[in-house]
Design a protein. Structure first.
Length: 394
C-alpha cells in the first residue's frame, strides 16, 4: 500500500502542475495546447522547407516545384491557423496576452524571421511541457486513488466476511452425526473388501452353498442359471481335484491350451462346458469388488441387515449407519455448513477485526489526504480584451 509520504508527493506534484497551468489565466488551457501543437508543426515544416530550399538552389526544376508546392501548402496552413486564432479570441477562449504572443510569432514568420519566431515559440513549448507534466501528475494521482480505493474495498470485504462468520450457525449434533456416518461408511467399505476377497477365495462348491444359504442373489451377487449351477456342482463333485479351486484360480485356466487342460482334467469337453461356459460368472466372482454386490448404502436396509448378520465386525457399524440414514440429508446439509464455515474461518484466521478496522481508517485517511485541496492563487488577467484581433497582424 502507498505510504503517507508517497501520497503527499503525488498530491503535491499534481497541485503544482495544476497551478502552473492555472497561472496562464486562461479559461480553456486545452485551446492553447491545441493551437501550440498546431503552430509547432507549422514551424517545424517551415524550417525543414527553408533548409531544403537552401540545399536545392542548383537542383532540377521538378524537385524545386515540389518544394514550392509544399511551401504554398504551409503558407495556406499559416493563414488557416491565423483565422482559427481570431475565432478563438473572439469567442473569449484565449486571453489578450496569449493572442498577442501567437500574433507576434506569425508576424515574424511573415517577415521571414524564422529564428526569432522559434525563440518566441519557446513560451508555448514550456506551456506544452507543463501540460504534459500535469497530465502525467493527474495519471499518477488517479492511479494512487485507484490503488487506495482497491485496498479499501479489499479490507471492507474481509470485514464483511468476518461479520458474516459471526452470524452463521449450524446444528453441531447433526454435523457430527454425519461426520461419524462418513467414517463408519469407510469402515464398512473396508470390511466389504475383506469379505468379498474371502468369497472369491473360497472353493467354488463352498461358495455356491453359501450363496444359496444366505440368498446372496438378493444383494446382486453374480447369478448362474439353474441348469448351469447344477451342472457345475455335478462336475466339481465328480472331479474332487478341481473342487478345491476358487473362482480366481479357475480364471487362471481360461487361456490354457487343450493339451495343458488335459493334464488337469481329461474330460476337456465337460470342463469347457461347465467351467469355460460360465467364464463370465467366474470373472465376476473374482472381481466382486467392482460389482453392485453389497455396495455400501445406508438407505439399503436389507444390505445393512446382511452386513450385521454375516460380515465379521460389521454389526455395530452397520447399526450406526442405519441410525443416521433416516436423517442423512439434513445431517449432510449441516455437515456441509460446518465444513465451509471452518474453511472460511481458516482462511480468515490471519486477520483480526480490530486490525482490519485500523487499516481501513488509515486507508480512508490517505484517500482524504490525496484529495485535499491546497490554496491556489490565480493571477488576474492584465488589460482588457479586444473585440477583434485583426490589428495584431498589422
Amino acid at each position: 500500500m502507498l505510504s503517507r509520504e508517497e501520497v503527499l508527493q503525488t498530491r503535491q506534484a499534481y497541485h503544482e502542475s495544476k497551478r502552473r497551468m492555472e497561472a496562464l489565466g486562461e479559461k480553456n488551457p486545452s485551446i492553447i495546447i491545441e493551437l501550440s501543437e498546431w503552430l509547432g508543426e507549422l514551424l517545424e515544416g517551415i524550417e525543414h522547407t527553408v533548409e531544403k530550399g537552401e540545399r536545392m538552389e542548383t537542383a532540377p526544376l521538378i524537385p524545386k516545384m515540389k518544394l514550392m508546392r509544399k511551401g504554398a501548402k504551409l503558407s495556406k496552413g499559416v493563414r488557416h491557423f491565423e483565422a482559427e486564432l481570431v475565432t478563438a479570441f473572439d469567442k473569449g477562449e484565449i486571453s489578450e496576452g496569449t493572442a498577442r504572443k501567437f500574433a507576434s510569432i506569425l508576424k515574424l514568420l511573415k517577415a521571414n524571421k524564422l529564428r526569432n519566431a522559434k525563440a518566441e515559440f519557446r513560451h508555448f513549448e514550456k506551456i506544452m511541457e507543463s501540460s504534459g507534466r500535469l497530465g502525467q501528475a493527474k495519471q499518477r494521482l488517479e492511479g494512487a486513488d485507484a490503488e487506495l480505493r482497491g485496498e479499501k474495498a479489499r479490507i471492507k470485504s474481509l470485514l464483511a466476511k468476518i461479520s458474516g462468520l459471526e452470524k452463521e450457525a449450524f446444528d453441531s449434533a447433526k454435523a457430527q452425526a454425519y461426520s461419524q456416518y462418513l467414517e463408519d461408511t469407510e469402515k464398512l467399505k473396508a470390511l466389504r473388501g475383506d469379505y468379498l476377497h474371502s468369497l472369491s477365495s473360497k472353493p467354488v462348491p463352498e461358495l455356491l452353498a453359501e450363496v444359496e444359504k444366505l440368498h446372496m442373489e438378493e444383494h446382486s451377487f453374480p447369478q448362474l442359471g439353474k441348469g448351469e449351477a447344477q451342472e457345475l456342482k455335478d462336475f466339481l463333485s465328480e472331479n474332487p481335484e478341481l473342487a478345491g479351486y476358487s473362482a480366481a484360480r479357475f480364471c487362471g485356466l481360461f487361456d490354457y491350451s487343450e493339451e495343458k487342460l488335459r493334464h488337469i482334467c481329461p474330460e476337456t469337453s465337460r470342463f469347457k462346458r461347465a467351467i469355460l461356459g460360465n467364464r463370465g460368472w467366474f470373472e465376476a466372482v473374482r472381481d466382486l469388488a467392482s460389482t453392485r454386490f453389497l455396495v455400501v448404502d445406508g438407505n439399503n436396509a436389507k444390505a445393512m441387515q446382511f452386513y450385521s448378520e454375516n460380515v465379521p465386525g460389521a454389526k455395530e457399524i452397520s447399526g450406526e449407519i442405519m441410525r443416521v440414514a433416516g436423517e442423512r440429508d439434513s445431517c449432510r446439509e449441516e455437515y456441509e455448513k460446518s465444513r465451509k464455515l471452518e474453511e472460511r474461518k481458516k482462511e480468515l484466521s490471519k486477520y483480526s477485526k480490530g486490525g482490519l478496522e485500523k487499516e481501513l481508517a488509515a486507508v480512508e485517511k490517505l484517500i482524504g489526504l490525496l484529495h485535499s485541496e491546497e490554496s491556489v492563487q490565480e493571477e488576474a488577467p492584465k488589460g482588457g480584451f479586444f473585440s477583434k484581433l485583426g490589428s495584431f497582424f498589422k
